[in-house]
Design a protein around this ligand. Structure first.
Ligand code: MN3
Length: 200
């Protein structure tokens, strides 16, 4: 059984950047639905208990329900971990060095990430990915991610931004760029650094 992870902070902890109602619905309804649907699809396919990483690495072999809900479960679990209260600012140490080496500067990285998030048509995600010993920005449609065997840019995602309308519409309506700008105030760089150290 796949399970909905608990949030390490309250629904209102990310205000004013991400509002409590959005967090409550996004975690309790949307993410829960991915988990429930993934469990049902995994049962049908007789792959209950398969490691999520294994499932994603071979996702092209499975049904659209497994692709969409397996991706949805993984992506949201990463998202909740890499945002938080008392966050934002700049990364430090090894991660900052790697960002500077890969993109020229933090601002240049941010520009590329913002562009990926803004220009993703319809629903999807923007990513910071450890890809062949370097860092790259990518974006994927729907609930796909860079761990999937069918992704254009494969690697280990260490930061992701959900740009589905359900992630921002209550507070920002059609203003996706405002939501993207606000996101930088809640990025938990300590967690992203930890994920970078494991992935590199
Ligand atoms: Mn979402």
């Amino acid at each position: 059984m796949y399970e909905l992870p608990k949030l390490n902070y309250d629904f209102n902890a990310l205000e004013p950047h991400i509002d409590a109602k959005t967090m409550e619905i996004h975690h309790g309804k949307h993410h829960q639905a991915y988990v429930n649907n993934l469990n049902a699809a995994a049962k049908d396919a007789n792959i209950e208990g398969l490691e999520l990483s294994e499932l994603l690495a071979n996702v092209s072999k499975y049904s659209p329900a497994i692709r969409n809900n397996g991706g949805g479960h993984y992506n949201h679990s990463l998202f909740w971990e890499t945002i938080g209260p008392n966050a934002g600012g700049l990364p430090t140490g090894e991660l900052m060095d790697a960002i500077t080496a890969s993109f020229g500067s933090f601002d240049h990285f941010k520009e590329q990430f913002n562009k990926a998030a803004t220009t993703r048509f319809g629903s999807g995600w923007a990513w910071l990915v450890v890809h062949e010993h370097t860092l790259v920005v990518s974006s994927t449609p729907n609930q796909d991610n860079p761990l999937m065997d069918l992704a254009d840019i494969k690697g280990t995602p260490i930061l992701g931004l959900d740009v589905w309308e359900h992630a921002y519409y209550l507070n920002y309506q059609n203003r996706r760029p405002d939501y993207i700008a606000a996101f930088w105030n809640v990025v938990n760089w300590n967690k992203v650094s930890e994920l970078y150290s494991k992935a590199k």
